[in-house]
Ligand binder design. Structure first.
Ligand SMILES: O=P(O)(O)OC[C@H]1O[C@](O)(COP(=O)(O)O)[C@@H](O)[C@@H]1O
Ligand SMILES: [Mg+2]
Ligand SMILES: [Mg+2]
Length: 341
C-alpha cells in the first residue's frame, strides 16, 4: 500500500477496518495480534461505560484492598483489571498478563497464546472520583518460550525494544485509543452511540519542541539538583506548567501539543514512582514512533532491562529537544555526584 493510499484512508475508518488493512501490510501476519488489539478495544468500551456512570452507581471510592505497590485500590481499578483480564483470556491470543493490580504473573490458560500483555488497567487512580481524565496503558510482547506451556518470567521481563504493540486509552472529554505496532502512531475516537472507535488522529507526530512542562512540583523539596535546575530553566523560558496527575492525560496533551512530562527520582523515591513494564515502556514506544523521546534522565527507557515485574524508573518523556535539554541538566548532576565519590 503506497503512502498515498495510506493517506487516502478516510478519517472515520473504524478501528476494526484499520487493523484489517494494516494486517495486509504484513503478508505473513496470522491475525492473532489483530485479534488481541480488538480484545483490548472491546474491554476499553466496557470500562468506558463503567467510568461514565461511576457517579451514578456504587462503583466510586476505595475497594478496601491494597495492591502490590501498597496503594489503596479504587473500585474502578479492580473493575478495569477484571474486564481487561477477562477480554484477553477469552480472546485466546494471550498466555500471560502482568498487571499493576496483581503481584504475580496472571496465567490465562491459553497455553497456545503467542503473546504477553503488561497492563495498567486504570491509570490516574487519584483522579477517578473527581471526573478528571484517566486511562489504561498496555504493552504487548511475543513470548520467547515455546507455546503449549504457561508463560514464564522471561517472557515478561523483556526490554521495551521487544514490544510488538503498545498503546493507551484515555477516558476524557472523549474516549480515545492510541496505539502503535511499530509503524507509526494512530488515534481513534470512540462514538458511543455506534459502539465503534473511528480513526480521528492518523499518523500522530509529536512536535520536536514545546512550551509545556509537567511535573508534580509538590515534590520539589525532594527534587535533585538536575531536576531543580531544569524546572527553573522551564520557568525562565516562560513555559506553561500543566499537571493533571493522570500520566495518560498529561502524556497525551504533550504528545499532541509538544512538551515534557517528568516523574523523576527524588530524594525520597530513588527510582521515582512510575512502573517500567506497564507505564513507561508503552508510552516510550508511542512517543518514539511519533518522533519524540523517552529516558530515565540518562538512558533510553526502551533499552532498560527489567529485573522485576513492578519495578519503577525515573521518567522523562515528550518532545525530543526538551527531553535532551533535561538530560543535559541531569548529566551535570551525575557528573557532580561522580566527582564527590
Ligand atoms: O500524585 P503524584 O505523586 O503526582 O502521582 C501521579 C502519577 O501517579 C499515577 O497516578 C500512577 O498511576 P496509577 O494511577 O495507575 O497508579 C500516574 O497516572 C500519575 O501521573
Ligand atoms: Mg498508572
Ligand atoms: Mg493504575
Amino acid at each position: 500500500m503506497t503512502l498515498h493510499d495510506k493517506l487516502a484512508l478516510p478519517v472515520g475508518t473504524t478501528l476494526d477496518r484499520f487493523i484489517m488493512r494494516k494486517q495486509e501490510d504484513f503478508p505473513y501476519a496470522t491475525g492473532e495480534l489483530s485479534q488481541l488489539l480488538r480484545d483490548i478495544a472491546l474491554a476499553a468500551k466496557i470500562v468506558n461505560r463503567e467510568i461514565n456512570r461511576s457517579g451514578l452507581i456504587d462503583i466510586a471510592g476505595a475497594y478496601g484492598n491494597r495492591n502490590v505497590q501498597g496503594e489503596d485500590q479504587q473500585k474502578l481499578d479492580v473493575i478495569a483489571n477484571i474486564r481487561f483480564i477477562r477480554a484477553l483470556r477469552n480472546g485466546g491470543e494471550v498466555c500471560t498478563i502482568v498487571s499493576e493490580e496483581d503481584e504475580d504473573m496472571i496465567q490465562t490458560g491459553n497455553v497456545q497464546g503467542k503473546y504477553v500483555v503488561a497492563i495498567d488497567p486504570l491509570d490516574g487512580s487519584s483522579n477517578i472520583d473527581v471526573n478528571v481524565s484517566i486511562g489504561t496503558i498496555f504493552s504487548v510482547y511475543r513470548r520467547v518460550s515455546p507455546t503449549g506451556t504457561e508463560g514464564t518470567e522471561q517472557d515478561c521481563l523483556q526490554t521495551g525494544t521487544h514490544q510488538v504493540a503498545a498503546g493507551y486509552v484515555i477516558y476524557g472529554s472523549s474516549t480515545m485509543l492510541v496505539y502503535t505496532t511499530g509503524n507509526g502512531v494512530n488515534g481513534f475516537t470512540y462514538e458511543p452511540s455506534l459502539g465503534e472507535f473511528f480513526l480521528s488522529h492518523p499518523h500522530i507526530t509529536s512536535p520536536q519542541t514545546g512550551a509545556i512542562y509537567s511535573i508534580n512540583e509538590g515534590l520539589s523539596n525532594d527534587f535533585t539538583e538536575g531536576v531543580r535546575e531544569f524546572v527553573a530553566y522551564c520557568k525562565q523560558q516562560n513555559y506553561s506548567a500543566r499537571y493533571i496527575g493522570s500520566l495518560v492525560a498529561d502524556f497525551h496533551r504533550n504528545l499532541l501539543k509538544g512538551g515534557i512530562y517528568m516523574y523523576p527520582a527524588t530524594r525520597r523515591a530513588a527510582k521515582g514512582k512510575l512502573r517500567l513494564m506497564y507505564e513507561c515502556n508503552a508510552l516510550s514506544f508511542i512517543v518514539e514512533q511519533a518522533g519524540g523521546k523517552a529516558s530515565n534522565g540518562q538512558q533510553r527507557i526502551m533499552e532498560l532491562q527489567p529485573q522485576t515485574l513492578h519495578e519503577r524508573c525515573p521518567f522523562f518523556i515528550g518532545s525530543t529537544e526538551l527531553v535532551e535539554k533535561a538530560e543535559e541538566f541531569m548529566a551535570r548532576e551525575y557528573a557532580e555526584l561522580a566527582e564527590q565519590k
